[in-house]
Design a protein around this ligand. Structure first.
Ligand code: LMR
Length: 425
């Protein structure tokens, strides 16, 4: 045996306790994700009555996930198209996808797009777009971020992980379960000039409360006056009103008013491409020259993060967005799914009224999008989860998509019990 081999066999022989010790001993068990964790808890529950109202993912009237038919059709075309190779995409993704996504969000007549002021990069769905957006801002526009209270929980972590700080602006009035526009306006008006303000383009998550067109205009005036930077998160285009153009109103208004701004766009919900992680990041710049420089820098943000995005979802979305027949098929399915959600809002409200559940349940039908912010207290939520196997978020948010014509009665009766049993105390 040579000297090195002899030494190493001695080391191995003498090592009875593990030569590295327990390097990660200090690591504490993290709590499950407040949203995605509900899906795991639901899966593990064996009750036949269980309901999944946690994660915002569409379900049909049989509580089953719903892959869009048009997506299935396009996927089989892609699988059989042997001209498609498996080469890397560019850092900013598939060019045709970027152009189509741009048109969908800004509209086909957008002057900003025509002027070449908009840069777009394919992104790892909405979350990935948010992350590269905030990373880019942390590098080139390091300002305080304002977020609505409440907002999608992951916004906080994305902003912090990107190295920025956030403050909250009022958004929700718990007394009458409505939008607190005056509070929102006042808080944003007190932000430092130039601050970044994160806005939900439509179907606000979790409240389901959106601004009216007039309120968006008033807000735009405030943003102009205080030189605030708008950052629109658009995860539900088509899910709020069923109309893609109406759901892009806020973004198009601010863009046409000449704002430099960011939009993050997701196709998870409106094409049902949750696990394909397909979305886009858009930055509207002051001019074409700056836009080109920003795109070059954005690529430097993306390259060390994930190099370049996956192609499959981008190919599906591109085909649907660029072929008029497929586009129409998509529109039909999108209006069918958004219709079902609206119908379930009415069904739940009617059932709660029929059962004479104390409280005013009008907000269930006036809120829009995937969610209803029910106003249920944490104690009532506990009852729904532990006694009725109904999984929802601790803040009382329910995904309307998990409600069906068959389980709406069970849900309303469970809510009645939760409300009455907590009232008695
Ligand atoms: C939700 O809010 O339920 C969805 O956006 C899913 C997620 O990733 O949180």
């Amino acid at each position: 045996m040579d000297r090195i081999a002899e030494l190493s066999s001695q080391i191995i022989r003498n090592d009875t306790n593990g030569f590295q010790g327990n390097i990660f001993e200090q690591v504490q068990l993290a709590p499950p994700d407040p949203i995605l964790g509900t899906a795991l808890a639901y899966k593990a529950d064996t009750s036949k009555d269980k309901m999944n109202l946690g994660v915002g993912a569409y379900r049909d009237d049989n509580e089953k996930p719903y892959p869009f038919k048009v997506v299935r059709k396009v996927e089989s075309q892609i699988v059989n198209d042997h001209s498609i190779d498996k080469e890397y995409l560019p850092i900013d993704g598939l060019a045709q996808f970027n152009a189509a996504a741009q048109q969908l969000i800004f509209g086909k007549d957008s002057t900003a797009v025509k002027d070449g002021r908009v840069i777009t990069s394919q992104a790892i769905s909405g979350t990935g777009a948010l992350r590269i957006g905030f990373e880019f801002l942390a590098k080139f526009y390091n300002r305080e971020v304002l977020v609505s209270n409440p907002t999608w929980g992951n916004h906080h972590d994305i902003i912090k992980s990107s190295g920025l700080n956030f403050k909250q602006y009022r958004y929700y009035n718990p007394k009458n379960m409505s939008l607190d526009f005056n509070g929102m306006f006042t808080d944003i008006s007190m932000a430092k000039p130039g601050s970044i303000v994160l806005l939900h383009a439509c179907a606000h998550n979790p409240t389901g409360l959106d601004l009216t067109e007039d309120q968006w205009k008033r807000l735009a005036g405030l943003f102009k006056q205080n030189r605030l930077f708008p950052f629109f998160d658009s995860a539900y285009q088509g899910f709020a009103t069923g109309d893609l153009n109406r759901d892009a109103y806020s973004i198009r208004l601010f863009t046409e008013l000449g704002f430099q701004l960011i939009v993050t766009q997701s196709f998870a919900k409106n094409m049902g491409l949750y696990s394909d992680r397909i979305g886009a990041f858009h930055l509207v710049c002051a001019n074409k020259e700056t836009a080109a420089k920003c795109l070059s820098q954005l690529k430097l943000v993306i390259r060390p993060m994930y190099s370049n995005p996956p192609a499959h979802g981008a190919r599906i979305a591109t085909k649907i967005l660029t072929d008029p027949t497929l586009y129409n098929e998509w529109m039909e399915e999108l209006s069918m799914v958004s219709r079902r959600i609206i119908d379930m809002r009415t069904a739940l409200k009617n059932e709660l009224v029929r059962l004479e559940v104390p409280g005013n349940w009008n907000h269930i039908v006036t809120q829009i999008g995937m969610f209803s912010y029910t106003g249920l207290t944490p104690e009532q939520v506990e009852i729904l989860i532990n006694k009725y196997h109904i999984y929802l978020l601790k803040n009382g948010r329910i995904s309307m998509c998990g409600i069906t014509t068959k389980n709406v009665g069970y849900l309303a009766a469970a809510i009645k019990d939760a409300v009455l049993s907590t009232q008695k105390k």
